[in-house]
Design a protein around this ligand. Structure first.
Ligand SMILES: [Zn+2]
Length: 91
């Protein structure tokens, strides 16, 4: 009978998803993957480096984005997106 592999002892609250606050990143928003260090650019839409898992949009504003690093499969939650000018005169 094979033994069940139980993953215990590493069940802290932040073990599954790394969180990156873009407001704390200087420059153009690139940041290294917390696990493997590959450079991830939120403006890179090719999905060569990462894949978008889900996104949270409130009032047409992107609030959070969950991505997966294609190199190490780590999931990263991005927050702190700059408010974009929607160019919507509303007076
Ligand atoms: Zn990675």
């Amino acid at each position: 009978m094979p033994e069940t592999v139980a993953q215990q002892g590493n069940n802290t609250q932040q073990s599954l998803v790394n969180e990156v606050d873009l407001t704390k990143i200087d420059g153009n928003g690139d940041f290294p993957c917390p696990k493997c260090g590959v450079t991830i650019s939120p403006e890179d839409e090719t999905e060569d480096v990462y894949t978008i898992i889900s996104e949270t949009v409130t009032n047409d504003t992107l609030e959070a984005l969950v991505i997966k690093c294609n190199a190490c499969a780590t999931q990263i939650r991005l927050t702190g997106f700059p408010a974009l000018d929607m160019d919507a005169p509303n007076q």
